[in-house]
Design a protein around this ligand. Structure first.
Ligand code: GDP
Ligand code: MG
Length: 172
């Protein structure tokens, strides 16, 4: 069975842990310790093929840390997380995206999905669909709107990433 390691990155408080824990444990944790960094595992079946995912939920407070660089070097797929309720959190996604391409080498394709979280908080929403579709085109990356609380589209994120990783790394 293929194994893929995935790194979840994004600004603090955007919902990285909630997304990771929803996907791997199928629960919603309201108050997850923001300093906890943990690796989770889950089997996923995509297009009839089962693979093992190792999902690293990062908790780095600062951008451009040496630690980020280590994660990016070792990661095969990336979930870049922002909150739909916090437009400023998109900037960190842009930073991380550029950092990943720089570290991985600009010309190679890197499996990445961009995730806007907390889609259930409709009244607090700051990021409009037009912003998302513009960035998705400019960056040439798939976007997903999720809610870890309601379990909306969480598995879609990881399925898309698995397909990208299978294409990018056909054999080990
Ligand atoms: P992290 O710092 O990126 O790991 O963020 P957390 O996963 O700890 O989430 C930060 C806060 O946002 C917590 O209070 C979560 O309960 C809340 N949160 C995360 N995801 C969702 C979601 O999908 N819906 C709602 N309503 N709250 C969420
Ligand atoms: Mg966290």
């Amino acid at each position: 069975m293929r194994e893929f390691n995935v790194v979840v990155l994004g600004a603090g408080g955007v919902g990285k842990s909630a997304l990771t824990v929803r996907f791997t444990q199928d629960v919603f944790l309201e108050n997850y310790d923001p300093t906890i960094e943990e690796e989770y595992r889950r089997l996923v079946k995509v297009d009839g093929i089962t693979s093992q995912l190792e999902v690293l939920d990062t908790a780095g407070a600062e951008q451009f840390t040496a630690l980020n660089e280590v994660y990016i070097k070792s990661g095969r797929g990336f979930v870049l997380v922002f909150s739909l309720t916090q437009e400023a959190s998109l900037r960190e996604v842009d930073n991380l995206r550029q950092q990943i391409y720089r570290i991985k080498g600009g010309s190679t394709t890197v499996p990445i999905v961009v995730v806007g979280t907390k889609s259930d908080l409709v009244n607090e929403r700051e990021v409009q669909l037009t912003t998302i579709s513009n960035l998705s085109q400019r960056w040439n990356l798939p976007f997903f709107e999720t809610s870890a609380k309601k379990n909306w589209h969480v598995s879609d994120v990881f399925e898309d990433l698995v397909r990208q990783m299978r294409n990018r790394y056909p054999e080990d």
